[in-house]
Write a protein that binds this ligand. Structure first.
Ligand SMILES: [Zn+2]
Ligand SMILES: [Zn+2]
Length: 537
């Protein structure tokens, strides 16, 4: 048997994205690499300091081992880990190679002893910092890791528990694991599950929570939708629900309180690492009752309306959902009218808003009227502008993408120039001071361009929207309003409307009653400010 080649493993946990790859994952990947490649890890160097103060020294220690011939090379999780920036990577690599050492990546297949392998490594460096595919890939690995550790797919507070976040103890250089500890609201949580298991409705327990001043993890009174989501997740019963990334189940029904995952047959339930506060038999009985409620037509699955999910309460700015009403017909016969109106969800669920009621027919008429107004305004504007002054017929998405591409290309160029400067310096072609000057100039431009790119990423398609972009949809809606199926109409309206704000009825100074009215707001318009949750404020 040939002797295994000695390598130093260097593990780094630092910046935002990289922090998501735990040292344990990096460690096991490097171990596996060593086994596959007949290498022996003679030393593990952990650079777990988020501030990066120790990075330079840690890498120096690794390089000393190369110099002293106790190791042939350095193994990392990804090439991009070998330094704190792409720039630092290049310098460290130059130093390593000057000592005759080799850099190996545990997860990127490139033999850096060949010309092609070196090209591959160069590419890995180049794109490491902003290639989103790679970030997505790392995120997937992390999700896998969370699942294995019995943690929910996304961290964050859970009602009934104290969330202890993963954190780094600087003094001891250890990472404390993330975990959930039951807190003293546990008894209330258990009680809610029992009440629903015994037949009480979700709406009734939501209102009970509101009346008794119980609030959710975000410090706000509970809404029925949020409470249902939390309770259906089964977290309090010790379960963690994973929904497969590539699942092809239909999207969430906006009129149902059930989440997409809750209705999906492909969801995966696994026992969590946390302590359950709801007994298993209560949880089973709860699930049974909830499944029954979902199959009851008048229960959680209301019929869909064109404005479902779009209505907003003008008092609080929150959502307004469809509700039934009833009128007395001939002979005092009560006629139920499902979806007769929309009402503020906060008013209904926890009374933190005095809310609004608005007839569905009034809201729908207002939308149709507004669509006609917009369409006419767009036509009028198009007619008043000479053709050639409006040559930009691209969509908002295309315009944003083009700007993004331009900035990314510039970033790649800057990085190339930085490399070239570093290369010239290490080969002794240029003196230190001219290198420093050029580096500072490039770094400054790099910072500016990166900030611009970040700013662009924050901007959404909607903010770039021009009314004319929506004219085809608006015309289609007006012309075929009655014959378009409700779901299609709703989808089309969602692409044009920010929402429809419902204003409560009021009394004018002269004593006349002003009925409740609706104000549709387009994607290209700003949201109106809430008028305040209380009627007599
Ligand atoms: Zn699914
Ligand atoms: Zn409201």
């Amino acid at each position: 048997m040939t002797k295994r080649e000695p390598f130093v493993a260097y593990i780094r946990v630092s910046t935002y994205y990289e922090e998501k790859i735990s040292p344990e994952i990096q460690r096991s990947a490097i171990k596996a690499w060593a086994d596959r490649n007949n290498a022996n890890i003679v030393e593990w160097i952990n650079d777990l300091d988020v501030s990066g103060r120790k990075t330079r020294r840690k890498i120096s220690n690794a390089l000393k081992m190369i110099e002293g011939r106790t190791a042939r090379g350095i193994a990392v999780w990804r090439y991009s880990r070998f330094g704190r920036s792409r720039h630092g990577n290049a310098i460290n690599l130059a130093r390593l190679e000057a000592l005759g050492g080799r850099l190996a990546s545990a997860t990127e297949a490139a033999d850096t002893r060949t010309a092609f392998g070196r090209l591959q490594m160069g590419m890995a460096f180049k794109f490491a910092e902003y290639e989103s595919d790679r970030i997505g890939e790392q995120w997937g690995e992390t999700r896998e890791h969370r699942r294995t550790a019995g943690l929910p797919a996304t961290g964050g507070k859970r009602w009934g528990y104290i969330w202890h976040q993963r954190h780094l103890d600087d003094a001891e250089s250890v990472i404390h694991r993330e975990w959930y500890e039951p807190n003293d609201t546990g008894l209330i949580v258990t009680n809610l599950y029992e009440r629903i298991a015994e037949g009480e409705s979700m709406g009734s327990v939501t209102q009970w929570l509101g009346k008794n001043g119980h609030i959710g993890t975000r410090g706000k009174p509970w809404l029925q939708s949020g409470l249902s989501r939390y309770m259906d997740s089964g977290f309090a019963a010790g379960w963690i629900r994973y929904h497969p990334d590539d699942c092809d189940c239909p999207p969430k029904d906006p009129d149902s309180t059930a989440s997409r995952g809750a209705l999906c047959p492909n969801r995966i339930w696994i026992p969590g690492a946390h302590e359950p506060i709801v007994p298993e038999d209560v949880w089973e009985a709860y699930k049974e009752k909830r499944a029954k409620a979902r199959n009851t037509p008048s229960g959680n699955r209301k019929p869909a309306y064109a404005l479902s999910g779009l209505m907003r309460c003008a008092r609080c700015g929150g959502t307004a959902s469809a509700a039934g009403g009833a009128t007395y017909g001939a002979g005092k016969v009560l006629i139920p009218k499902p979806g007769y109106m929309f009402r503020c969800s906060k008013m209904k669920d926890n009374r933190t808003c005095d809310g609004v009621y608005i007839l569905r027919s009034i809201a729908e008429d207002a939308v149709l009227q507004r669509l006609v107004d917009w369409s006419e305004a767009i036509e009028a504007e198009a007619a008043s502008i000479p053709q050639q002054s409006n040559p930009d017929s691209s969509t908002p998405r295309q315009r944003i993408n083009a700007a993004r591409e331009r900035l990314r290309a510039r970033l790649a160029e800057i990085q190339q120039q930085l490399d070239r400067q570093t290369d010239l310096l290490t080969r002794g072609v240029i003196p230190e001071d001219s290198y420093t000057r050029e580096r500072d100039r490039l770094t400054q431009e790099q910072t500016g361009t990166t900030a611009e790119l970040a700013e662009l990423d924050k901007r959404t398609e909607e903010q770039e929207a021009k009314p004319a972009d929506y004219q085809p949809i608006i015309r289609g809606l007006i012309d075929r309003w009655e014959i378009t199926p409700v779901e299609t109409r709703r989808e089309l309206l969602r692409s044009v409307l920010r929402g429809v704000w419902a204003y409560p009825k009021s009394t004018a100074p002269d004593g006349t009653e002003v009925p409740a009215y609706a104000v549709p707001v387009a994607i290209w318009e700003d949201e109106p400010r809430p008028i305040g949750p209380r009627a007599n404020a």
